[in-house]
Design a protein around this ligand. Structure first.
Ligand code: PEP
Ligand code: MG
Length: 863
């Protein structure tokens, strides 16, 4: 029979699935001989069972009884003795979900025990402060009493009596507050606070289990792709008190700076406080180094622990600690969340320190976090000119964002849904604000430090965040915020600099991200390790330059349709479309050729000798004709036509299913002069570059092929045209594999093609029969209803489309072992899909420039 509860000394790091991350690490720390308070972990299996059955099983109850007895023995304390045991109850899933699940401290206190605690510690104030915290936390977590039911009374009480900090409130007043808090239970949930510690414990455990399915937790899991069925463990641990006087305290520290990656202990603590005080950000904590002057021995002991933990876990650690009467206790350790910049630096430093191999370092950086590095920053000059609103905030998460001020998570969501960019400005954030945080461009808080909820969550999301702007005074009721020299109302625009912690009035200009030397170093290792190359899909000069900066090895897709837009070009394209014979068409195309030649020269000049795939025109012609009556009139006069004639042609071009219609190679079967023009423009400009000494490597790609004849006819057209041109440029001609039929005949196609590139957008559309433009309307219903696990336009459907691609690759390679095969389309930039492509004989993936670094990392992480 399986076991549902493990004492810390019975577990270990490898039992994360069962004990959750926190529980497994507590066990591991105990094995390492670190000062961890005693306790036990109720497993994730017990949670899953609870959620299925709606109650704790008899076995869990009886194991709980046993573990409690044993905890009483180990601690020589109990819930009823004078030697009083109090416990904390915390959730801890396998994958850390900061701020998502709930914690209850001081459990075991009641009207009698609070007196015992006061006697034992000789500190009545401390005892009642603990009780008031329990009443508050238990009420919120277990009975879902809104936070403000307690907070507003507490804050008004302090104001009325003139107390500026919680520590100023004397015992007598805390007693009164506790009495009132008990009344809040009756008012809000019509039942008293349970006086019996065992009842408190059972209810707390159940509440943690239930909280696995609360909205915040579900949203967090969806955002972070954490499965919903793994459950959370619950850790029950002997309380140690950071709030038992000035020789006590509590804090959080990272073994390295989580923002920059600097190899220096980074953290903060508060004396005479409990853990939530630091994280909730209500009091502003002190820097960890100050502890060295306040309690040198404790500081040294802590530093030793941090070294031990980092060495043991081979990763930067995020450690929670408590000091009780100058004795250090470690309450938690986990791999610390970090910015991408820090992740990069830590990975590179740890390889250089000999702690990690390059492969290990690569496996530790999340592909998602690479995006953060590509975030823009503010322009230096624009910053100098901008009006500073606040400059004492902490740079909690990097980035540069501009948006309209909103004061609640609900407003953030509402305005973002209306398409506005918003900045959420709050005194502090709590897990309830999660959706508003997701919707915002940046988050600003007036309280809290680098480890506050806002900071931790924003860093995890890669979202710009500044915390602790105590020079801002928010009036959430009237939706205004005062800053030292003025006031802002909801909707006013501010700019937030996550790199410095400064807030500016109005919009500030941004520049693209700069690369650190660590980034370059790290990315060069990914290239050493990766088998797949990464090219880019790009056609503008700006994008091509960015893609090469991001390390693309070539261009996997130039979509030439972009070359037909622009006022003068569009007129010529329209002339081509309405032409009634070959001569008229060629005349219009001759004009277009000039523009195309200029564009190709720019593209190939930037690409140089790197392989560059140019896809010949793909979209249906109706995309180029005017739609509105007014526009039709203008175009008709430009082309010297009657409105009626133009309208008739537009009507002829209309298709019921344009994506299945006259597009791709089918266009060139009807109008071969179209591809001839494109090829001529391309090859002559490449010849020009060759004459300058630049040897380009064009790869000409024919789209949407589904029969061999389509390809061979057009290949012949292209080759004949090139032969006429008298150019000496070497080139390849290949096809895009984007119809299921092309996959089925891949062997035969390979015989006549120089290369393949899978167009996964159309291939997904045509294999599922899901319109890529309309699937968004129902795909979420499919995912919610478990009909699909993923959106196949975003992540490869391995079982279906994956099988088709695998088959096509195998057939093609069997016929022509050196045929180059790539993947363009969105899936070429998706890490999970890349992991699968890596298992096939595919040579490269291609994606938009900003996805290139993430794709390089994904390729290096692929197994
Ligand atoms: C594709 O279909 O995957 C592709 C890259 O082409 P487009 O998105 O231009 O249709
Ligand atoms: Mg396509």
């Amino acid at each position: 029979m399986s076991k549902f509860i493990y004492a810390f000394e019975e577990g270990q790091q490898s039992m994360k699935d069962l004990l959750g991350g926190k529980g497994a690490n507590l066990s591991e720390m105990m094995r390492l001989g670190l000062p961890v308070p005693n306790g036990f972990t109720i497993t994730t299996e017990a949670c899953i069972q609870y959620l299925e059955n709606g109650g704790l099983s008899d076995q869990v109850k009886s194991e709980l009884e046993e573990q409690l007895q044993s905890l009483f023995k180990k601690t020589e304390k109990s819930f009823s003795n004078d030697a009083l045991l109090l416990v904390s109850v915390r959730s801890g899933a396998k994958i850390s979900m900061p701020g998502m699940m709930d914690t209850i401290l001081n459990l075991g206190l009641n009207d009698d025990n609070v007196v015992k605690l006061a006697n034992n510690t000789n500190d009545e104030r401390f005892a009642y402060d603990c009780y008031r915290r329990l009443l508050q936390m238990f009420g919120q977590v277990v009975y879902e009493i809104p936070m403000h039911a307690f907070e507003s009374y507490f804050n008004d009480y302090k104001k009325k009596k003139g107390y500026t900090s919680d520590a100023d409130i004397p015992a007598e007043d805390l007693k009164e507050i506790c009495e009132h808090f008990k009344e809040v239970y009756m008012e809000e949930v019509y039942k008293p606070f349970p006086q019996e510690p065992l009842e408190q414990l059972n209810e707390a455990i159940e509440a943690v289990f239930k909280s696995w399915n609360n909205d915040r937790a579900r949203i967090y899991r969806e955002l972070n792709e954490i499965p919903h069925d793994i459950g959370t463990a619950v850790n029950v641990q002997e309380m140690v008190f950071g709030n038992s006087g000035d020789k006590s305290g509590t804090g959080v520290a990272f073994t390295r700076n989580p923002s920059t990656g600097e190899n220096k202990l980074y953290g903060e603590y508060l004396l005479n406080a409990q853990g939530e005080d630091v994280v909730a950000g209500i009091r502003t904590p002190k820097e960890i180094e100050t502890l060295n002057t306040q309690m040198p021995a404790v500081y040294q002991a802590f530093v030793d622990v941090t070294h031990k933990l980092e060495e043991h876990y081979h990763d930067m650690q995020d450690i929670e600690f408590t000091i009780e009467d100058e004795k250090l206790f470690i309450l938690q350790t986990r791999n610390g969340k970090r910015t991408a910049k820090a992740a990069m630096k830590i990975a590179v430093d740890m390889v250089e320190e000999g702690v990690l191999t390059k492969e290990e370092a690569i496996s530790k950086v999340e592909t998602k976090s690479i995006d953060q590095l590509l975030h823009p920053a503010f322009e230096a000059q624009a910053l100098e000119d901008a009006e500073v609103i606040s400059q004492i905030g902490l740079p909690a998460s990097p980035g540069a964002a501009t948006g309209k001020v909103v004061f609640t998570a609900a407003d953030a969501k509402k305005h973002a849904e209306a398409g506005e960019k918003v900045i959420l400005v709050r005194p502090e954030t709590s897990p309830e604000d999660i959706e508003g945080m997701i919707a915002s461009e940046a988050i600003v808080t007036t309280h809290g430090g680098m480890t506050s909820h806002a900071a931790v969550v924003a860093r995890g999301m890669g979202k710009c965040c500044v915390t602790g702007c105590s020079d801002l005074d928010i009036d959430t009721k009237n939706k205004t915020v005062k800053f030292p020299s003025g006031e802002l109302a909801e909707g006013d625009i501010i700019s937030v600099d996550g790199a410095t912690g400064r807030i500016y009035h109005g919009e500030v200009k941004t520049t693209n991200a700069e690369h650190s030397t660590e980034f370059e170093q790290f990315m060069s290792w990914t290239d050493e390790v990766a088998r797949l190359n990464v090219r880019m899909n790009a056609e503008t000069e700006q994008d091509i330059a960015a893609g090469y900066e991001f390390g693309a090895t070539g261009i996997g897709l130039v979509r030439t349709e972009h070359m037909f837009f622009g006022e003068e070009r569009l007129i010529q394209m329209r002339r081509f479309i309405i032409a009634s014979n070959h001569e008229e068409r060629v005349a219009a195309l001759d004009e277009l050729k000039k523009y195309q030649a200029e564009d190709f020269e720019k593209i190939f000049r930037l690409s140089g000798e790197r392989p560059t795939i140019v896809r010949l025109l793909d979209p249906p012609l109706h995309e180029f004709v005017p739609k509105e009556r007014e526009e039709i009139e203008v175009v008709a006069s430009q082309l010297g036509l009657t409105v009626e004639k133009l309208e008739r042609r537009i009507l002829e071009l209309q298709e019921v299913n344009p994506m299945l219609g006259h597009r791709g190679c089918r266009l060139a079967i009807t109008y071969p002069e179209l591809y001839e023009m494109q090829v001529e423009a391309m090859m002559t400009s490449i010849q020009k570059l060759k004459d300058e000494g630049i040897n380009c490597r064009p790869e000409i790609m024919i789209p949407l092929v589904s029969t061999i004849k389509e390809f061979t006819i057009l290949k012949e057209t292209i080759v004949n045209k090139i032969n006429e041109l008298n150019v000496t440029v070497e080139y390849k001609i290949g096809t895009m594999i984007e119809t299921p039929r092309a996959c089925l005949i891949a062997g035969e196609l390979a015989e006549v093609c120089d290369f393949f590139s899978f167009g996964t957008n159309d291939l997904t559309q045509l294999t599922y029969g899901f319109s890529r433009d309309d699937a968004g309307k129902f795909i979420n219903d499919y995912i919610d209803g478990d009909i699909l696990a993923i959106d196949p336009f975003q992540t490869l459907d391995v079982e279906g489309i994956g099988r088709l691609i695998k088959m096509a690759v195998e057939q093609a390679k069997a016929v022509k072992s050196d045929i180059k095969i790539g993947v363009c389309g969105e899936l070429g930039g998706d890490p999970k899909s890349i992991n699968y492509f890596n298992t096939l004989a595919i040579d490269y993936v291609s994606c938009s420039p900003y996805r290139v670094p993430g794709a390089r990392l994904a390729a290096a992480q692929s197994k």
